[in-house]
Structure formats: C-alpha cells, structure tokens
Design a protein. Sequence first.
Length: 215
Amino acid sequence: MSEQLGLREQHKRRTRDAIGAAAMSLFFQHGYDAVTVADVARQAGVSVATVFNYFDTKEDLFFDEVEPLQAALVDAVRRCPPGDSVLLALRHQVFYQLTAGRTDADADEVARFHAAVVESPDLQRREQHIQLERRQVLTRALAEALGTDTPALTVELAAAQYLAAEAVVGAQLRARLLDGQPLGQARVQLQPLIDEVFSTLRTGLGPLVKTEAAR
C-alpha cells in the first residue's frame, strides 16, 4: 500500500511539474495575458479540470514557487543560531527570494519572469497579494524566533521592513534585468545597495528631520 501511495504521489508531482512547465513556456512565449488555462491544458496534454486540480487560479500557474520560497524564508529565521542576528540571516535571503533560487545559468528565465510581471496588471495585483501573505508568514516566524519578550509591534515592523528592503532591491534588480544587464553582473553591483539598506535597518531611519530647503 505504501508503495502504491509513493507511486501515486510521484505521478501527481510529475503531472504538476508538467503543467507548470507548460504554463511558463507559454507565458514567456506569448505573454501572460494572451494565454488561457485551456492553452496550458492542451500544451501539457491534460484537461482543464486537471489543471485546476493542481492550481486554483491562472495566477497560481505563474507564481508556482510562492510556497517553497515562503518556506525558505521561514527556515532562514528558524535556522539562525541563538544569539545571532536574524536580520543578517534575512539579508542572505534577498537574492534567493528575488530569483526563486535561480543561478546565473538561469538568468534568462529570471529576466523573462520579471518582464512578464511588468507587462501584466493581473500579475502585479497578485504579486501585491503575495506580499501580504509573506508578511503574515514572516511575522509568525519572527515572533517565534525573537520570543515573548519582544513586543508584537517590533515583530510586525521587522517583517514589514524586511519586505520593504527586499522590494527596494527587487525594483533595482528588475530595472537592470529589463535593461539587459546580465543577472550575475546585477548581483555583484547590487551588493553595496543591499549592504546600505540592511545597515539602515539595523541603525534605524532616525527622526527624518525636514530641511528648510524643502518648503
């Protein structure tokens, strides 16, 4: 029985992967908005009903790696040794999260992904919703890691500030990729920005005093 369950799970995983691969191939080739779920089903050799057995919405076909990336973010917090900086652990996650763990060998895929988001209002709305989900997930992980002595407001702000920092770097990465810069080069050139952003998170923004010239 356990062997049958194992084979069944393997089949389900292969089917899901095939549907996901077919979807991304079509999205990159024709543009997200031009592709229907029926197109994806035909490309994958399955029925539309089968597609929806594995993916709730068309947007989920595109953002297929949200859950694994959220798990990686939570794992980074949980694996941080006691006494070490959780903020530093999150800093090391930035590029992994923004590239879905892709290496420079997959640079073209990363660039096409970001280009597709820029071209589709539907994907941009879904991306914003995903950020809200990630904030909730990260807040829970930080609350567990920092302990009950840390105020809830501090935990919520920490989660929000990490995502804001990631967004700042992500906007720069997306702009560079759309401008044709290789991923490896962008990765190197954005390191000073990441250092500056996380240094600001560590030290705080200060009172943000308005200057006389800004009247």
